[in-house]
Write a protein that binds this ligand. Structure first.
Ligand code: FAD
Length: 806
């Protein structure tokens, strides 16, 4: 075993083998995999190993397509062929119209990734799968590429190819300690010697936190026991002459696939169990948990009803093994927060299907700093301080219980709430607030008009439409107040703070005390990394404000770029301050009533910042707007938040101050063409493609990403972000929906909602550049139907920006 290498990948399951192979594919051959036992001896060896193309985002669909393409190639390798059944298809079943709508949406979204699902009715489901009953069935989603693979052969094939490309694979070599050296490289200790590596990757499956502890981090990953059984032969299957399609059933929480001439049937029972919370026996390797079929009785009955043939065959084998889950169900693939040169590929609950794609995207991030798709949905930094072990366990259980029940738009699941709240949370709850969860924070979605008001979940406009219309109307004609908690806020100090920020952003970062500016940060490929509001407070303090979930992401990026000797310190105020937003034409009246000082447009114009007392609460007030109305952000330390809130409520009384939530903000910001980080601002596009030209200053001496951006500008845009007015009144264009022209996909929706002030159904979408001119007509596939849409420019509400500057 060599003692110096570029990358050590720890763990030889599908995650580690795929990462190692893809590192060699990206051109790095001086890489090594260390496995404590034999390859696949963790979860991988006993996996049901189904490989679907289905995903709920384009990134997930794209990475799964990569897996499928790679596995096809490996299966066809004459030197080392592997068993991969694919092309017999699979069906996700549904028994509600809302689920069917979801499948229609996912089919529209997948089409943009050149993946073609079919939405079929119950009779067609039964025609394609002769063993299922159509009782209580509406239909399903057909994935033509669904299949299953031999997990051990897959890992061996990847390791074999990696070795041939120069990588080393060492079995029976447990990593026992990790030490980070002053130059940010790593010493990796094993009983067989110590390896000095530039970069380490944690791919340790259910032992993720043993290795996490070696580097002083806790990963929000929890293991659940998961069971399937394999039946004896079923004659109908042998007689069918083709393999049975896979079934995934959200109605009765089971899946099935063909195994020899029987079925493999797996369950997601409600009475599920976490595993290994209090430590894992070091000898648990190539091992299973004890069979526990009693636990799955509730779901077993549903499976028997759906597939009556199961009642007539014996059970051949039972498998019960640990499977990892995270807080939101998606894995953690990318940089480890707060660490340098450390990555992870963990929390995989469908690692055989996804592993090929995850290893591919991780290797790109390690070698190039970024992947070809925006990987925020997988980024380990998307959970911040709340990702503790107890919350992870609760969310893992909830997610396991809902395995095939996809989350509807605006659906907020109850486990582990509230994990982050402010002193105002109970106050707003008493006012009727319905909360959504943003990076763990309970943030007001809207205010229920009556105590018994409930939302019907689905993909179409529902009863909340009218509630939001009323909240928007009150803001537009008077004044409204809302709480935006968890807003990311760094204080940047030091004599080089301004020079540092100037280098980090691609535009003009204002240095003037009392002024605020909106800026964009690029990565080294010239693509959009972050969006920041930079405010200059008295005393040389600079505030850097960005999206609620961006705290760890932006902190890592900024601190990595402080040059040696530069006098810059960055501290986070995110958890200690909250933002109260006053918006509407009477916002100035309310603020003037609540806080001493001259708040006139001359004394405190748009894009100003000032410290002030609101009532008795010390605050930082900024005149910025995301609604398009005259608005102020009142930033308050949490200890004084209630005091500031009371002062604003009191001051607002004579002006009819009302409360509003983030659903109203979403509607209003779309009418202004304002963008959301990680909805419309993605690493897949540069600022020119995203319509942010005015925020780029190429005449600055240098900034991160400048050289690459100039190259991109010369090459011209591949897509352009546009606002579309959609000719449809009963449903929004959901993110991911395909924009179509003459039967071809020409773009993808990133955000969509009803604009209540304009009476327009609006969408933001990246489209082909020659379709970005005002008035261009396209169609959007919204829940399986094509609706006409036209490019509108300038923005439909207050295009001269008079309101917010008033
Ligand atoms: C019953 C069951 C059915 C499943 N069915 C499917 C399915 O149909 N489709 C699907 O896609 N997924 C399925 N999964 C999930 C899938 O199997 C896992 O997501 C996947 O195997 C995880 O792979 P991994 O590489 O992350 O972890 P593992 O396979 O657990 O690999 C981690 C490796 O790290 C090694 N390791 C740990 N600590 C150290 C250390 N200190 N030093 C060196 N090495 C170390 C371990 O020995 C192990 O080999 C199923 C899981 C279960 C339990």
């Amino acid at each position: 075993m060599k003692t110096r290498t570029k990358v050590v990948v720890i763990g030889g399951g599908i995650a580690g083998c795929s990462t190692l192979y893809h590192l060699t594919q990206e051109g790095w051959s001086d890489v090594m995999l260390l496995e404590r036992d034999e390859l696949t001896s963790g979860t991988t060896w006993h996996s049901a190993a189904q490989v679907t193309n289905f995903g709920m985002t384009q990134t997930m669909v794209g990475l799964k397509s990569h897996s499928i393409g790679l596995y096809q190639e490996l299966a066809a390798d004459p030197d080392y062929p592997i068993n991969y059944h694919h092309g017999d298809g699979g069906i996700r079943l549904a028994n509600t119209e809302a689920q069917m709508d979801g499948y229609r949406h996912f089919a529209s979204m997948a089409r943009g990734m050149d993946v073609h699902f079919e939405v079929i009715d119950a009779q067609e489901c039964a025609r394609r799968h002769p063993l299922i009953s159509t009782d209580n069935l509406l239909g399903g989603l057909w994935d033509p590429m669904d299949g299953d693979i031999d997990p051990a052969q897959l890992c061996q094939a990847l390791a074999r190819r990696a070795r041939r490309a120069g990588a080393e694979v060492h079995r029976n070599t447990p990593v026992t300690a990790l030490r980070q050296l002053k130059d940010d490289t790593w010493e990796v200790e094993t009983p067989n010697g110590t390896v000095h590596a530039d970069i380490v990757v944690n791919a340790c499956g259910y032992r993720v936190n043993e290795v996490g502890a070696m580097m002083g981090v806790h990963h929000p990953v929890m293991s659940m026991e998961h069971q399937y059984f394999v039946t004896e032969e079923i004659p109908t299957i042998r007689e069918a002459g083709h393999r049975m399609p896979l079934i995934r059933c959200p109605i009765s929480d089971f899946y099935s696939r063909q195994e020899k001439f029987g079925l493999l049937v797996g369950f997601y029972e409600q009475g599920c169990k976490t595993w290994g919370m209090d430590g894992i026996d070091p000898k648990f390797s190539n091992a299973l948990c004890p069979d526990d079929l009693d636990r799955v009785t509730d779901v077993l009955e549903g499976a028997f009803a759906r597939m009556p043939a199961l009642t007539e065959v014996g059970i051949h084998t039972v498998v019960n093994g640990p499977i990892t889950y995270t807080i939101d169900g998606a894995p953690l693939v990318g940089p480890i927060p707060g660490k340098r040169n450390a990555f992870c590929i963990i929390g995989l609950r469908a690692g055989l299907g996804e592993g090929g794609g995850h290893g591919w995207l991780l290797a790109q991030q390690i070698v190039h700093g970024e992947a070809c798709y925006d990987t925020w949905g997988l980024d380990p930094r998307r959970f911040t301080s709340h990702g503790n072990v107890e919350l992870t366990a609760l969310k893992a259980i909830e997610d396991y219980q809902n395995e095939f029940r996809f989350q509807f738009p605006h659906e907020q699941r109850p486990a582990g709430r509230p994990i982050k709240s402010t002193p105002l949370t109970p106050v707003l709850a008493a006012e009727g607030a319905e909360f959504g969860v943003v990076n763990g924070w309970e943030r007001v979605d809207y205010f229920r008009p009556t105590p018994d008001f409930t939302e019907t979940l689905g993909f179409r406009f529902n009863e909340v439409h009218g509630v939001v219309a009323a909240e928007v109307g009150a803001v537009q004609t008077g004044v409204g107040l809302t709480e935006v908690n968890g807003f990311n806020r760094f204080e940047i100090k030091g004599k080089d703070a301004h020079d540092f920020l100037d280098r980090m952003v691609c535009g003009h970062a204002t240095r003037k005390e009392g002024r605020v500016g909106l800026c964009y940060l690029l990565n080294h490929h010239g693509m959009l990394k972050s969006e920041a509001t930079i405010a200059n407070l008295p005393g040389g303090r600079v505030w850097y404000g960005s999206a609620a979930a961006s705290e760890f992401h932006d902190m890592d990026w900024l601190t990595q770029h402080i040059a040696p000797g530069e006098d810059v310190t960055i501290g986070s105020l995110t958890n200690d301050w909250t933002n109260l937003v006053l918006a509407g034409p009477k916002a100035r009246d309310v603020l003037s009533n609540a806080a001493r000082g001259d708040w006139s447009a001359d004394a405190f114009p748009w894009l100003s910042v000032r410290e002030a007392f609101v009532g008795i609460a010390p605050t930082v007030v900024m005149s910025v707007s995301f609604s398009g109305e005259l608005a102020y952000e009142v930033h308050v330390p949490n200890a004084q938040l209630y005091a500031a809130y009371l002062a604003l409520r009191r001051a607002g009384k004579p002006f009819g101050l009302s409360l509003f939530g983030s659903r109203a903000v979403e509607s209003m910001r779309l009418e202004k063409g304002f963008l959301h980080w990680k909805a419309d601002i993605l690493t897949e596009f540069d600022p020119y493609e995203t319509g942010l030209d005015r925020f780029v200053k190429l005449d600055k001496p240098d900034f991160v990403g400048k050289a690459a951006l100039m190259g991109r500008q010369a090459a011209g845009p591949r897509k352009k972000l546009v606002t579309l007015a959609v000719d449809c009144i009963d449903r929004p264009a959901c993110p991911g929906s395909s924009v179509m022209l003459e039967g071809k996909v020409v773009g993808t929706v990133t955000s969509g909602d009803w604009g209540h002030r304009t009476g327009m159904n609006l969408a933001l979408a990246f489209v082909e550049p020659d379709l970005s001119d005002e008035g261009t007509g396209v169609k959007i596939d919204m829940l399986g139907a094509l609706f006409p849409a036209r490019v509108i420019s300038p923005v439909p509400y207050d295009p001269s920006f008079q309101n917010m500057r008033a």
